[in-house]
Design a binder for this molecule. Sequence first.
Ligand SMILES: [Ca+2]
Ligand SMILES: [Ca+2]
Ligand SMILES: [Ca+2]
Length: 133
Amino acid sequence: MKSHLVKGLGALVAVAGLALVAAAPAQGVEVSPLASACITSLTVHESEDWGADGDEPFLRTNTGTWSAPGSMDNGSTAAVNRTVDTGTTVEAWDSDSPDPNDFIGSDTVGSGGTLTFRGDDAHYTAAYRAGAC
Ligand SMILES: [Ca+2]
Ligand SMILES: [Ca+2]
Ligand SMILES: [Ca+2]
């Protein structure tokens, strides 16, 4: 009888230990400095290209590259919906061919708001909010 009780306690401790191990990563995510943000949209206020179609914007982020679905002229907004890490840098570019792509600017992801890219006489902004997309 006693040995059964000891075995039972041992199993209980083992289960509790597993539960603690399983819970630890979830707590780690909550306090992680690498919080997520969601870039929701990109707006081209002033394009870099002079052509009638405007620019072919793309964003380089720490989670990969997002490309606009097509050309974007002044005043045009496209949905982005890309999750990035807070504190990382996002670069905006205009894709060109055959001449090299143009760097429009870079901005750092904070806790929510607007990323601003101003360079090469162009002006883009990207809206973002806290939390993953
Ligand atoms: Ca260009
Ligand atoms: Ca272009
Ligand atoms: Ca160019």
